[in-house]
Design a protein around this ligand. Structure first.
Ligand code: NAP
Length: 250
């Protein structure tokens, strides 16, 4: 397939590389020049990358970034032909996703929200899970691509529902990580050995996949970002907005 991949951050860089490895013809674009993927062509604008593409895949930071990349100056939407599909793996607002889809539908372009779970390692090892919102027949066309970048795609419902379910997931992840960090701090201060605490967690019913993901990094004191806190803060803001709560203080 001819695929444009827009956004080569922690997640997008590996996802695009896996599409190349699977033999697809990939053209990339990244806001800050210099990020490239071996075996892929690189373009100067989203519009140039998207020209002639059957599928445009996005993985950028937030809602504004998606809007800019699709509809801004030199945005991808301007150069796509009817029948093209845009798949968005950024975690953004569910209602904005629906708005973007309606706008694209006027040009005959289909939109699928496909945020992911699995973090940096999942992207690198192609074990992501896609959390998908969109029309059944469009989602079906993307199935081979989901399986190149991940191990599963779960179709939650119509457009925006992938993002809604992703926010519900990240709410839980935020609480588990905060609990893990606070629990670990308390244990250390009380003199409990870290490995003893880890063994206890894994043997008990509070064990969790996200904590098991994090333990090896904590052991090595490797705090390089996998899922940067600024992105979780963005997601908590999205949860508050989606539930009509007040904004976080800046
Ligand atoms: P990242 O490493 O910070 O990369 C963000 C990407 O978005 C970069 O390519 C960045 O370009 C681009 N970008 C930011 N603002 C932009 C704008 N206004 N216009 C155009 N491009 C813009 O983030 P990531 O970890 O890959 O995450 C990407 C998305 O996946 C986020 O929505 C995140 O919440 C979600 N996600 C992340 C993880 C994870 O574990 N990391 C897991 C699941 C979902 P520059 O290079 O120019 O900055």
């Amino acid at each position: 397939m001819r695929i444009a991949f827009l956004g080569l951050g922690i997640m997008g860089g590996s996802m695009a590389a896996n599409l190349v490895k699977a033999g697809h013809s990939v053209t990339t674009w990244n806001r800050t020049p210099g990020k490239t993927v071996p075996g892929a062509q690189s373009s100067a604008t989203p519009a140039a990358a998207a020209k002639g593409a059957e599928v445009v895949w996005l993985c950028v930071s937030d809602t504004d970034a998606v809007e800019h990349v699709l509809f801004g100056q030199d945005g991808a939407a301007g150069s796509l032909a009817p029948g093209a599909i845009i798949a968005d793996s950024s975690t953004i607002s569910p209602s904005a996703s629906r708005r973007f889809a309606q706008e694209l539908q006027k040009k005959g372009i289909d939109f699928v929200d496909a945020p992911v779970t699995g973090s940096k390692i999942g992207a690198a090892e192609a074990t992501l899970i896609f959390i998908v919102g969109g029309r059944e027949e469009v989602v079906a066309k993307l199935q081979p691509l989901f399986m190149v970048m991940g191990k599963q795609a779960i179709h939650i419902g119509d457009i925006g529902m992938g993002e809604a379910a992703k926010l519900a997931m990240n709410l839980q992840i935020a609480l588990i990580y905060q609990g893990f960090a606070e629990g670990l701090t308390l244990a250390r201060k009380l003199g409990v050995k870290e490995e003893a605490l880890f063994s206890l967690i894994q043997a008990s019913m509070i064990r969790s996949g996200v904590v098991e993901y994090k333990m090896p990094f904590v052991r090595k004191r490797d705090y390089s970002p996998n899922f940067p806190v600024r992105l979780m803060r963005k997601d908590i803001q999205l949860m508050l907005e989606a539930s009509n709560f007040r904004r976080l203080k800046p």
